[in-house]
Write a protein that binds this ligand. Structure first.
Ligand SMILES: *Cc1c(COP(=O)(O)O)cnc(C)c1O
Length: 228
């Protein structure tokens, strides 16, 4: 068995076990392979093993990879900070943008999404621990931006994404995930039809699944260490 197959199986097993421990249906959690700083050839090998969704955090790097992999039906997710001068490329080349955190970016993505494509799936990124250096909107700004996203042409609001503050204490991380989930449930109760709670990475996917994650974003434990 190849190293890639082993790592893919191992991540799927971790996800399945985490679902079992919290009484969740494993089909309710999907895997996004984070391919930033990884070679296109490696993405291709994982695609051949059945992994179809890949996440990138830099536009230029992603566009080069997408060209090289244009023959594959990959679902491309953007998960990095969005600059407004890159909104057109994102709107044209990606299936998802998970890191929308301000109205200016939302409107630029909406304006540039080609009418020939299905609506662009987006998540709103929340700065769940209010860290000054991190992207994401403040929790109290969420209801307004969610309304704007729901009304934006060419946009389909799917849910929320966050990167919690790093902690060695699992209870601290779990608390961040729980607060994101509460925001998600509040939006759903307000009538937004959301299906994506994007939280959990290599080191904490089990905690995220226990708190209701529907999409884990895994880089290192799946594709291996990244080039620096
Ligand atoms: C890099 C990255 C990940 C994956 O991190 P790993 O620890 O390598 O699994 C997930 N989400 C975002 C937004 C990232 O930038």
């Amino acid at each position: 068995m190849s190293g890639e197959q082993q790592r893919l199986d191992s991540v799927h097993q971790r996800m399945a076990l985490a679902c079992k421990m919290s009484g969740r249906d494993p089909s309710g959690v999907t895997l996004l392979a984070v391919s930033k700083k990884q070679a296109a050839s490696l993405v291709r090998r994982f695609f051949m093993l059945g992994q179809t969704a890949f996440g990138e955090n830099r536009v230029q790097e992603a566009l080069v990879k997408q060209q090289e992999l244009a023959d594959l039906a990959i679902d491309w997710h953007f998960i990095g900070p969005v600059q407004s001068n890159k909104a057109r490329e994102l709107a044209e080349q990606f299936d998802w943008v998970q890191s929308v955190d301000r109205v200016k970016i939302l409107q630029a993505l909406s304006r540039h999404r080609p009418a020939s494509l299905p609506p662009l799936n987006i998540c709103l990124q929340i700065n769940i621990d209010r860290e000054p250096q991190k992207s994401g909107l403040a929790p109290e700004a969420l209801p307004t931006l969610a309304e704007q996203a729901a009304e934006a042409p060419g946009i389909r609001l799917r849910g929320l994404m966050a990167l919690p503050r790093f902690s060695h204490d699992p209870e601290v991380t779990r608390d961040s995930f729980a607060r994101l989930r509460m925001l998600y449930e509040t939006l759903r109760e307000a009538g937004h039809e959301l299906d994506t709670l994007s939280m959990g990475m290599s080191g904490d996917l089990e905690l995220a699944i226990a708190e209701g994650s529907t999409m884990v974003r895994v880089g290192t434990d799946l594709l291996g260490p990244r080039a620096v």
